[in-house]
Design a protein around this ligand. Sequence first.
Ligand code: ADP
Ligand code: MG
Length: 473
Amino acid sequence: MENLHVVIGLEMHCELKSNSKVFSFGKNAYSDDANTNVSPVDMAFPGILPVVNKKSVEQAIEMASILHCDIANTMIFDRKNYYYPDLPKGYQITQCERPVGINGYLEYDSNGETKKAIIHDIHLEEDSAALDHLPKCSTIDYNRAGVPLLEVVTEPCFNSAEDAIAYLENMIKIYQYTNISDADTKRGQVRCDVNISLANENGEYVTPRTEVKNVNSLGNIYNTIKIEEERHRNAYFNHTEELVQETRRYDEETNTTIRMRTKVDAIDYKYFVEPNIPPYVISEELKSKIASEIPMLPLERKHKYMEEYKLSEVDANTLIKNREISDYYNKCIEIGIDPITASNWVSVNILGELNKSNISIKDFYLKEEYLKQITDALTSGKISSKQAKEIFAKSIEEKKEPKNYIEENSQISDEATLRELITTIISNNQAQKEAYLNGKTNLFDYFVGQVMKETRGKANPVLTKELLSELLK
Ligand code: ADP
Ligand code: MG
């Protein structure tokens, strides 16, 4: 049987964080009541004129820069004309002729291997209103109309569902690390058009591309790819159906894809330059200023953790899951905690604690310096690892710096103090000493017990044994 592989190209839409919408002063917010964050521009009232949101343009340039794109010298918008109830103007303002970024790439890790996604382009556009189809009617919420949206289009460069998802996960993290978007799939902020076909060993496409529109979670995107791959294989090898280039949608309830329209019914959008927005010059200064402000991104951090700090891939992945955790970890290293020690404390104890109390690390009482008090005391042998865990818990519970408990709990490691104490204990137990010296060697533990009793368990055990062997003579 012919050896075929799946080929996937992704168009990822992500809603951006901003105060106002991309072409109006309407508020960009989620939590408010339906149809309250709407300006006349969003509703396409007669005589309206769009005004470009400068912040959205800068966010688009930042993302284009992260994706190693060739960035446009001028921001130009186009009209994409079509009618639908969620689009009051009858057209969407987007970028077609010269998107803000073209010809880029992005590295991502998939299954322990670093791979490269090829970016066709990235463009800035406006979101449509949100339609909700109920059994007997549909509702529409214009709060979403005009929300800034970035669309990143890849080349057909993925050869498995796993790679496609790994790329998307990295993109989502980048949006979050840069604070360009919350990229919250649960709130519908990320939506993907998934394009699929099959190719042979020479890289020739053997089935026509199908596009599944608007898939809204990583799980659904994964399912979509698997379903489409299977459908293409069946059609190709078993002639179950004749494949045509078409647009489909994913149905969550039945976990299938359903035809929307074939290429024959393709819409002609009659693109033309949006005449109401003058070209906006993107200077070289602006490009380099934005590029210089990009924080260290998740994949770079992960590789640094593995190569420089010798963490395992699992631990490195845990630490980069969100930026606040990774920043906390970085600060720990900066103030001198050993990287492996810090990784263990953050990924086990701290993440466990955050999970349990359901708070973010920003609201976590134990700041990096406080963790260092514990790890320092542990390294110097002042406290045992059991005590360290107890102090960690107490400090969080009582909101008191660990150093307070460390003093209370610290082991007696001072040799002179212990020597004096042990000398007294021996002279008070002459009979036991005689018996010990006459061969009852198990009485050694009796003396250890006496020292522990006297110090309420705080005597450094190693030193205690050393001194006892020396003094029991
Ligand atoms: P259109 O302009 O009709 O949307 P494009 O050629 O711009 O088509 O491609 C849109 C998306 O489809 C891109 O993400 C691209 O990578 C993907 N794509 C194109 N051809 C294929 C193919 N044969 N298999 C899988 N994906 C493809
Ligand atoms: Mg398309």
